[in-house]
Design a protein around this ligand. Structure first.
Ligand SMILES: [Zn+2]
Length: 329
């Protein structure tokens, strides 16, 4: 069995960031918008550094403006994921981009996305759940509005709450109200930390927001006491090695800390973050990790089991996904 055909779970995927370039080009063409400058000659997203990446990301996602756009986006993204063997995926969604944090507009976007998810589940065998994320650099006040949207729509599909955006601005404690609101609504909690800031920021995030999962968290490796703490508490890291390497956090796969984190007993999972922007897929992540760390089938089975345990979906959904993993073991 090849790595590509094996069932995989992915916990850290930004829906807009997973938009296939051909889909975005097609949507721009329909809307008579010229965004040609963001692609290379092969049609891939093209950027020179992190700041340029943010600009290209913004231009690409600017064509997504209606629930119908998001319905089609969701189908296009899930088609790509399913082709890589992904059977369960959790995606970040933001009411900031889906309806401008207006609850009734958010419900319309969500209905369209959920509709696409149901279709993909029936036709491609992939299950999708959503994690609502405020955008950190938009500030705590807007995050409150986002948290209200999340709490009002929490249920079988909206199962988690997180925070994305520029990690370097503001502090975790500025978002206490939003995270408390989400937790009270029964949502699972995760937060991006330890990508652009170091161990202290991971500690502050754990202390103030009390997440069961950390988005990235890889810079914990700079403080081995923190690594031990993560291992002891069973905090799950949503590690996105290809993303970290593409954005220059680590020079190559062998130097990526995921090998060491796993070795030291931290519960790690593997995801793609914004796959077409980082020219990666779940299969490529697994392939590179197998090469860099000599990871065998047993390790990939552990990654899947860790992801399933840490998933924010309900028990019934977990049982269904567990059944799909059985034959691979
Ligand atoms: Zn991310």
């Amino acid at each position: 069995m090849t790595l590509r055909s094996q069932p995989k779970l992915e916990l850290h995927l930004h829906l807009e960031g997973a938009a296939p370039p051909a889909f975005i080009r097609g949507l721009a063409r329909e809307k008579h918008e010229d965004i040609g400058g963001i692609f290379d000659e092969r049609g891939h997203y093209s950027y020179t550094d992190f700041w340029h990446f943010l600009k290209v990301y913004e231009v690409a996602t600017s064509v997504l403006r209606s629930p119908e756009d998001y319905r089609r986006l969701t189908l296009a993204v899930l088609e790509e994921s399913a082709a890589q063997g992904v059977i369960y995926s959790e995606t970040f969604l933001s009411p900031d981009f889906c309806g401008g944090r207006d609850l009734s507009a958010w419900r319309d976007y969500l209905a369209a996305i959920e509709d696409a998810a149901r279709e993909a589940e029936a036709t491609m065998g992939i299950t999708l759940r959503a994690i609502v994320t405020p955008i950190r650099h938009f500030g705590p006040e807007k995050a409150r509005e986002t948290a209200r949207c999340a709490a009002e729509t929490a249920g079988r599909f909206v199962t988690g709450f997180g925070i994305a955006g520029d990690e370097k601005v503001l502090e975790p404690k500025d978002y206490l109200w939003s995270f408390d609101c989400a937790r009270e609504a029964g949502l699972g909690i995760t937060a991006h930390a330890g990508e652009w800031r170091g161990p202290d920021h991971i500690r502050a995030t754990l202390r103030d927001l009390k997440p069961s999962r950390i988005g990235h968290g890889v810079r914990a490796i700079e403080d081995l006491a923190l690594v031990d703490e993560l291992a002891e508490t069973g905090t799950v890291l949503e590690v996105c090695p290809g993303s970290n390497i593409a954005l220059g956090l680590y020079p190559d796969w062998r130097k990526h800390p995921i090998g060491q984190l796993h070795h030291r007993g931290v519960k790690v999972t593997v995801s793609t973050d914004d796959p077409p922007f980082f020219h990666t897929t779940m299969t490529r992540e697994w392939d590179r990790l197998a090469d860099a760390f000599d990871w065998d089938q047993g390790v990939f089975d552990t990654l899947n089991r860790t992801a399933l345990d840490a998933a924010f979906c309900d028990a019934e959904t977990k049982a269904e996904i567990a059944k799909k993993l059985e034959p691979a073991r």
